[in-house]
Design a protein around this ligand. Sequence first.
Ligand code: ATP
Ligand code: MG
Length: 575
Amino acid sequence: MKWTKTFIYTLKEDPSDAEIPSHKLLMRGGYIRKLSSGIFTYGHLALRVIRKIENIIRCELDSNSCTEVLMPMVQPKELWDETGRWDASHDILQKLKDRNNREHCLGGTHEEVITDYIRRDLKSYRNMPVNLYQIQTKYRNEIRPRFGLMRGREFIMKDAYSFDVDKDAALKSYEIMKTCYSNIFTKLGLNFRGVKADSGEIGGDLSQEFHVLASSGEDALLVSEDGKFAANVEICPAIDMEPVDMSLVAEEAKEEFPTPGLRTIAELSKSTGVAESSLVKTMFFLIEGAKDYPIAILLRGSDEVNPIKLKNYFKLSAAPRLLSDSEVQELTGASPGSCGPVGLNIPIYLDTGVSVLKNYIVGANKDDFHLKNINHGRDFKPEAVIDLRLAKEGDKNPDGEGALASCRGIEVGHIFYLGTKYSESMKAKYLDSNGRQQNIEMGCYGIGVTRTLQAAIEQNHDENGIIWPVSMAPFHVHICHLDPKDEKVNAVAENIYQSLTEKSIEVLMDDRKERPGFKFKDADLLGMPLRITTGKRGIENNEIEVKVRRTGKVYKLTIDKVVDFVYDWLNKEAN
Ligand code: ATP
Ligand code: MG
């Protein structure tokens, strides 16, 4: 493709609303243009990358007996009512009405539509397993669209859905998809990790995320030293490396003491000389259900609550709400900095970290006072001891030896075993080999195509621009054609361009009337794996420069060697 015959542009300045490198580079390289918050036009270069990612996904899925379909983007409310998700997903679904006032939504995910699609005709055990997928634009009313394509409102996703006769078969389908995902992200040339994850509002009890590792990633991950265990911090069990053993410590007499103006754990620790990890803080949440009720949870002062663990323990659809200061005041008679469990008549839950402590300090439920030598069992009765805190670096590996290390990731894929959550509520049943009706077992599997595109840049760039892995580069080769007006140079450049193209090598030729420095800068910014320079001086000396974008290594080749060199280099790189 010739630059002057198409529409490719670059920007000199970083856009003011881009915070992370990949977003800046996508904007500066003219890959994407923002239309509205979280909504982008994909320019030709970005579209080429999207197609490459899609094709790698297609090849892998097709060779594993998955079948591509395409479902509607607009979905009727009635389907979502069947699963109860119309109301439950109110903040993320973009709802709209048609001319007859019938309610619909834009597809943010397709469990309901696919289950409706198969329930009419997938009637026998003989028809399974089936795995259907689509690659399609999704719309989610994200609260905070940001970082460009990372968290868009409109984005491209590959979503797949498996249908099986029983749990064993469904778990086999799940394992196949897990392997497919590893193959896909390996073929894309990305440094990624599969991690244990929360199932979120989608349901089911087994799920795994795939993360591209990058320091700007939104998700905190914890990984064991031997690499065998990896989890999103959202669900990672929190286990102390060296648990305190206070079993032999005697319980001492409870005592109230004044703590004027001390509101935070840090202030209390400084004033009492007791480490934050030996202080106990009390937090209050509202558990919403048939009848709402408040609870108190107790954590060590140095720990933080993990709202996802709370959500899962209480089987809620979203993390419970923290009570406001005035609600806490009403419940305990004190402001949040002076609250504690003694004398409360609401359910109290102990984090495992607190359960081993003795003689600890808590708020006295009286402003500016605390209690010391408090012991659960004796001074208050906890409802249960549960793992409620956020795991952190240095905690024990839950699956083996050693400590956990932390890193950050960008979630590019997520697979779920769903069980019969959707088939049950939507009555998707089949007849088993004994002629009995059974619910179909399901799984669902997503890859964020446009997020993957940007995550690849986040992992592959330098201060000058993008460095595309060969597998997803919009073009393999970028020719900086320095003297398009010179007949001799033009002939050589054209010849290289044609010869490469004939070998199915994709070439972008910069044939603009611009200074060499300007063209080189743009080549670095756009990030094709190889750059070829065709200029007057070089061609007179029968010498062509081929530069590798990633390493900066320059090869000086005679004109007749260029095409073979590029062909071989790309082949080697791709394998
Ligand atoms: P997140 O936790 O990032 O909000 P999610 O868990 O809601 O994502 P899934 O329902 O698992 O997302 O969607 C499958 C994949 O789609 C995700 O792994 C991610 O790669 C991609 N994705 C989800 N939301 C967005 C978004 N707003 N913009 C771009 N890609 C997205
Ligand atoms: Mg997810």
